[in-house]
Design a binder for this molecule. Structure first.
Ligand code: AMP
Length: 450
């Protein structure tokens, strides 16, 4: 211990960059959002699973592309094994399916909500430990599985009152076909995807410059830009793409996937204002093979709220046999930030619904009896635990925490066989017989404005 630490003047211990503590109030909002997502996921028949935070490095290696590889937390454990912290929930799912395929019922629909780790440069909405909320369907090529993800996202985001969310759709093979059609060499295709993915951020001129800088020919760069900037209703845009890329089998397959996906969205009754085609959407991760989607909000501009897509080859990397799969990942942190900034959800500041005050040491019996009675009646109740117990201090405690109801059971109340129940926000008091306490509180709490 340094002399500074001994003297008590050292700085408080820091958390690692890009990692955060959460106070109870923040946790309550996060939990509320997670619960709402879970409800929507389960409504579509998705079931929860969990996987370890730490995986063998070889499970994670080679799945996320060059960029991902650089950002992965990777080290040797105490036994000298190469291990990595999970980078997303999709690759662990692929490993999980390979490991448990005989215990699962296919098509297998799972959801998974938990932390993942990436050594990124921290900034707003970008952390090194963050939570993802994933839904995936494994074992079907049906575009209905992809359409369900879009529909679930729209419902999940609506369940936390997020306005103006739009799901952008594209197809990896369509991108490939566009690049080939434009005359881009196969080995330069990834460079082109990366450049056009930034179209919204840096504009067509920026994208052109980036392509030229990477050695793409002027004419090819222009042809790519012409194609990816097609805008309008998804149906007519796809018809136009089909006409321009006529005869290209990859483009044909991609367009018919997207048309099928759109048809299912229509059959599911998904509001067409909530999704759009964006031919410039590439999505960073390497493992996507089919439709890709991204959820964005117009305001505040916080980047993508979720990324999704079909990855028919990933499970095969573990199993040697291809099992098709599709799914999406909503990023919790950015959603929490938008919900907080726009005050979209009103979550209580404390879980406590009632504080039972203690008059003095002679009144522990009644105070604890009442507290236990409330708990048994389904009310979150606490008894004041501080050592200095004047009533003013106890009320202040409830007030600071935002506990809505405070109970008094002193000598006056005992003499009358009643309990005094005070609603803190209004100051209104009720005299309630002990036997009716839980029922009365339930009624009072239910009547409070949300
Ligand atoms: P990805 O797995 O890269 O497709 O990302 C899926 C979603 O996770 C994104 O849309 C973001 O909402 C969220 N996300 C990705 N990286 C971060 C990060 N470093 N910090 C917070 N959220 C992130």
């Amino acid at each position: 211990m340094t002399s500074e630490a001994r003297a008590g003047t050292s700085r408080p211990p820091q958390v690692l960059r890009g990692m955060r503590d959460f106070l109870p109030q923040q946790m309550l909002l996060r939990q509320e959002i997670i619960e709402r997502f879970q409800t929507v996921f389960e409504r579509y028949g998705f079931e929860p699973i969990d996987t370890p935070l730490l995986e063998y490095y070889e499970v994670l290696a080679g799945k996320y592309g060059e960029e991902g590889e650089k950002l992965m937390y990777h080290f040797q454990d105490h036994g000298g094994r190469e291990v990595g912290l999970r980078y997303d929930l999709t690759v662990p799912l692929a490993r999980f399916v390979a490991a448990h395929r005989h215990e699962l019922t296919f098509p297998f629909k799972r959801y998974h909500i938990g932390p993942v780790f990436r050594a990124e440069r921290p900034q707003r909405g970008r952390y090194r430990q963050f939570w993802q909320c994933d839904v995936d369907t494994v074992g079907t090529r049906s575009m209905l599985a992809d359409a369900e993800v879009v529909s679930i996202w729209i419902e999940a985001l609506a369940s936390v009152n997020l306005p103006n969310v739009v799901i952008q759709l594209n197809h990896r093979q369509l991108l490939q076909a566009l690049a080939t059609h434009a005359g881009v060499a196969a080995e330069q295709a990834l460079t082109v995807y990366r450049a056009i993915d930034k179209l919204e951020k840096i504009g067509p001129e920026g994208v052109r410059e980036e392509m030229l800088r990477h050695g793409i020919a002027e004419a090819a760069a222009q042809a790519v830009l012409d194609l990816v900037q097609l805008r309008g209703e998804p149906g007519p845009v796809l018809a136009e793409v089909r006409a321009r890329l006529t005869g290209d089998p990859q483009a044909e397959a991609a367009v018919s996937d997207l048309l099928e996906l759109l048809r299912y969205l229509d059959l599911l009754g998904v509001d067409p204002r909530r999704y759009t085609l964006n031919l410039a959407l590439a999505r960073g991760l390497d493992y996507y093979t089919g439709p890709v989607f991204e959820a964005v909000v117009e305001e505040p501009a916080i980047g993508s709220l979720g990324g999704a897509g079909r990855y028919d080859g990933l499970i095969g990397m573990f199993l040697g046999e291809e099992i098709p799969a599709t799914g999406g990942s909503l990023g919790l942190e950015r959603i929490v930030e938008v919900v907080q900034e726009l005050q979209l959800l009103h979550v209580p500041t404390t879980v406590s619904q009632a504080l039972v005050t203690v008059f003095d040491d002679q009144h522990w019996g009644v105070a604890l009896r009442l507290t236990q009675q409330l708990r048994a009646g389904g009310i979150n109740a606490e008894v004041y635990l501080g050592e200095r117990r004047d009533l003013r201090r106890q009320i202040q405690y409830a007030d600071r925490k935002g506990i809505p109801v405070v109970l008094f059971c002193g000598p006056d109340e005992l003499a009358r066989g009643m309990v005094t129940v005070r609603e803190l926000t209004t100051g209104i008091q009720h005299q309630v017989p002990e036997a009716e306490l839980a029922a009365t509180l339930r009624r009072l709490l239910a009547a409070r404005p949300q």
